[in-house]
Design a protein around this ligand. Structure first.
Ligand code: C2E
Ligand code: CA
Ligand code: CA
Ligand code: CA
Length: 278
């Protein structure tokens, strides 16, 4: 036991060191990633449970680093936030997403709703709504094709300012989602105060619904709540037919998950969308 303890000690320290080194490599790599064109957007379909058709897409950033290969946004976005690099990355994401959405609209997907994830930083920029208005105009894109995803964590830093920005965004005509719903502590109070159109139920709440009656009841209750508030529900992380059919039964409006499509690059997306049309 003594030896195991010692081994643990020895293996722990280099691990921390490796983590710190990796983070440093990420920081360094991120600082030139934009200039070197290393980011792309993938899109994951969102399916209307009534019509079984694709009604929306979530834009998800991908970074292919020459040193590290594909790095998960779950790993580099928090680092980009800490270092302030999220400002330029966030703006790149909006630009790229609006440009590609405009293309899809022009190719006949006039009603497609593309969701873009916002970071806390963006919701604290005093002129953020103006920036969105400017980008919409620049890309000749209707606000009706755009949805912005906000988590509680995104809005919580300065909720008064965030709220003002959200109101201005809705005024522009874009829609808002509350993302990762059910993972935080202030979800319910945010529902009342912020002008959301969509509630995205976090994958952690969807995972066990087909096996656990109580988990299903929680999701059912969120759907009922959304109905009463006039909001729509999107279930995230739907991976199995069992989850899908249960969500349909519970009246969930839309699903997103590996079952109906992984996040994919635009070339693949266009094939996927064309198949959906038939
Ligand atoms: P998120 O906004 O909650 O995005 C959903 C994540 O779940 C995505 O991970 C997606 O690939 C993954 N996912 C979708 N369906 C399934 C499924 O059926 N099973 C499982 N296991 N996972 C599924 P991804 O793309 O790695 O993104 C991770 C997080 O990084 C996102 O979580 C979001 O918080 C952040 N992120 C991604 N793109 C952006 C961006 O452009 N801007 C900002 N600020 N954050 C972003
Ligand atoms: Ca999201
Ligand atoms: Ca989410
Ligand atoms: Ca999530």
């Amino acid at each position: 036991a003594k030896q195991a303890g010692r081994n643990q000690y020895y293996s722990y320290t280099p691990n921390l060191k490796a983590m710190a080194e990796r983070n440093l490599t990420i920081v360094n790599g991120l600082s030139t990633a934009l200039a070197k064109n290393e980011f792309t957007l993938y899109y994951q379909p969102q399916i209307d449970t009534r019509t079984n058709r694709i009604v929306g897409l979530e834009a998800l950033i991908r970074w292919n680093s020459p040193e590290l290969g594909f790095v998960s946004p779950a790993q580099f976005i928090p680092i980009a936030e800490d270092t302030g690099m999220i400002k330029s990355i966030g703006d790149w994401v909006l630009n790229a997403a609006f440009k590609q959405t405009k293309q899809l609209v022009d190719e006949g997907y006039a009603d497609i709703l593309v969701s873009v994830n916002l970071s806390a930083h963006q919701l604290r920029e005093p002129l953020f709504a103006e920036r969105i208005a400017e980008l919409l105009q620049q890309h000749e894109l209707s606000p009706r094709n755009v949805c912005l995803e906000i988590t509680e964590r995104t809005a919580i830093f300065d909720s008064k300012k965030s709220l003002e920005i959200c109101r201005a965004l809705v005024e522009l005509g874009v829609s808002l989602s509350i993302d990762d719903f059910g993972t935080g502590f202030s979800s319910l109070s945010m529902l009342n105060r912020f002008p959301f159109t969509y509630i995205k139920i976090d994958r952690s709440l969807i995972q066990d619904i087909a096996m656990n009656v109580n988990e299903a009841k929680v999701v059912q209750t969120i759907i009922e709540l959304a109905d009463r508030l006039g909001m729509k529900v999107i279930a995230e992380g739907v991976e199995t037919e069992q989850q899908f059919s249960l969500l349909c039964k519970l009246g969930c409006h839309e699903v997103q998950g590996y079952l109906r499509g992984r996040p994919m690059p635009t070339e693949q997306l266009k094939v996927f969308l064309a198949d959906d049309k038939h």
